[in-house]
Design a protein around this ligand. Structure first.
Ligand code: 5AD
Ligand code: SF4
Length: 448
């Protein structure tokens, strides 16, 4: 019987990207995927370390697997990703039934580690540097019509709340040629949408050079080159950092037909005092100034953001400043987070941690405000027609989920094949989705 594997992915798109590589490696190793824990011989948790509840979830899941493994001694348990890099040996101390701990830089070693675990017992590889870009590994992608493309993993910033630089290391840009080769290969296989991934896409290329030139490649140039790849109809990217943002990115978004009119632009706080303490070196006025320029340059652009509530020392006045900027910015959507102290980050040792009840109360006020704004923005879309790309449907084929170029979720009366482009007229709005009526389907991505 074929060996089966199951992967659970936590956290951000970079982890989703890595999970597709983990899946590709296990497939190359002769295994097939399953969703059924009882028949999985290899179970992989690709973990996230960004907030504390991610830790708790991992150890909860591992506790559950202990019993299952006792009943199925052939089961192998792998912990990959950011928590593997952060907790290292502590994982197998706390959960000795974990067979393999594989850090963020060691993915190419996965099959070898599993093999060694059979012979010699528990294995761990948490090397500090990447030798092979995960993108170069075989991938078993979740969707045939869209793909993540990692352009610059790692981060050189030191936002005081953030654990990413500690677990993903410094930024390493891939060469423009490598990125283009991957996008071309994806296009040949029928992919129509790519999302370029980096912790700070604006600084893509800072660690590269162009042969026989004193210049470095720029993110806006990369966008223009990817825009020329035949067959790719939608290009997205995440995330730009307001500090390093440059007008040439706005120009590229405006001029490239395939670059979508959406930007995820993490604000984190609307208080200058808090931004300073976070070591985010832009201020609220500059942030709002960029938004004006982006909206002017890219009419109709969708804007989303990340906001942290309850950063150490955040006063009621600071929080009201955040509410004020949220009101002015008019985001289409916002990911809102309660501050969570991460071991090893500067902010974790700041005094004046904000009491839990205060954070909760502020968080609820922020969410209520953003819900109202999201709904207002969504209602503005009713009656308009958008090109949407179908991403999936409900199980019974009664409805399909699709997305506009501006990254709005549109529910359509289904069934629709994922990868189908159609025009849809928006008939109704809710804070987190729109409803639409499809006009004639335009085309379906030819998945190979
Ligand atoms: N606590 C809460 N939210 C955090 N984020 C990053 N670190 C923390 C933390 N320690 C949020 C930021 C970031 C998003 C991916 O997660 O808003 O942009
Ligand atoms: Fe973390 Fe800041 Fe780097 Fe983003 S830019 S990954 S928030 S350190």
């Amino acid at each position: 019987m074929e060996r089966r594997y199951l992967i659970r992915t936590f956290g951000c798109q970079m982890n989703e990207h890595d999970s597709e590589r983990i899946s590709g490696l296990l497939t190359a190793g002769g295994m097939t995927p399953t969703e059924d824990l009882d028949e999985a011989e290899v179970v992989v948790f690709n973990t996230c370390a960004i907030r504390e509840n991610a830790d708790n979830r991992l150890y909860g899941n591992l506790g559950h697997l202990k019993h299952l493994k006792a009943a199925h001694p052939d089961m192998r348990i792998v912990v990959a990703g950011c928590l593997a890099q952060k907790d290292q040996g502590a994982i197998q101390l706390r959960a000795p039934w974990v067979d393999v701990v594989v850090g963020t830089h060691a993915l190419p070693q996965l099959l070898e580690l599993l093999h060694r675990a059979e012979e010699d017992g528990p294995q761990m590889d948490v090397r500090e540097y990447t030798e092979v870009f995960p993108s170069a590994l075989p991938a078993a992608r979740h969707d045939a019509f869209r793909a993540w493309v990692s352009i610059a993993p790692g981060c050189d910033n030191r936002c005081t709340f953030c654990i990413v630089p500690l677990v993903r290391g410094p930024q390493r840009s891939r060469s423009v040629g490598d990125v283009l080769a991957e996008v071309q290969m994806l296009a040949r296989r029928g992919v129509v949408e790519v999302t370029l991934l980096g912790q700070n896409v604006n600084t893509f290329g800072r660690d590269l050079s162009i042969p026989e030139s004193s210049r470095r490649p720029l993110f806006a140039e990369l966008l223009r080159r990817v825009d020329e790849v035949e067959g790719i109809r939608r290009i997205r990217f995440t995330s730009p950092h307001p500090h390093d943002f440059t007008p040439d990115v706005i120009e590229a978004m405006a001029e490239c037909d395939n670059v979508c009119e959406h930007i995820h632009f993490p604000m984190q706080s609307g208080s200058d005092r808090v931004l300073r303490a976070m070591q985010r070196s832009y201020r609220r006025d500059r942030y709002l100034g960029w938004l004006d320029r982006i909206r002017e340059g890219v009419p109709g652009v969708g804007v989303s953001t990340d906001i942290i509530v309850g950063f150490p020392g955040e006063t009621e006045k600071d929080f009201v400043d955040t509410l004020d900027v949220v009101e002015r910015a008019g985001f289409d959507s916002a990911y809102t987070f309660q501050y969570s102290p991460r071991p090893g980050t500067r902010a974790a040792s700041f005094e004046e941690q904000v009491p839990k009840e205060v954070v909760q109360e502020r968080f609820e006020r922020l969410v209520a405000l953003q819900e109202r704004i999201s709904l207002e923005r969504a209602r503005e879309q009713v009656g308009r027609t958008f090109e949407v790309l179908v991403e999936g449907g409900d199980r019974k084929g009664r409805s399909a989920k699709s997305r506009t170029r501006t990254n709005r979720l549109v529910h359509l009366p289904g069934p629709f094949e994922p990868g189908t482009f159609t025009d849809a007229k928006i008939t109704d709005a809710a804070p987190h989705h729109l409803s639409g009526e499809p006009l004639a389907p335009v085309s379906t991505a030819a998945a190979v």
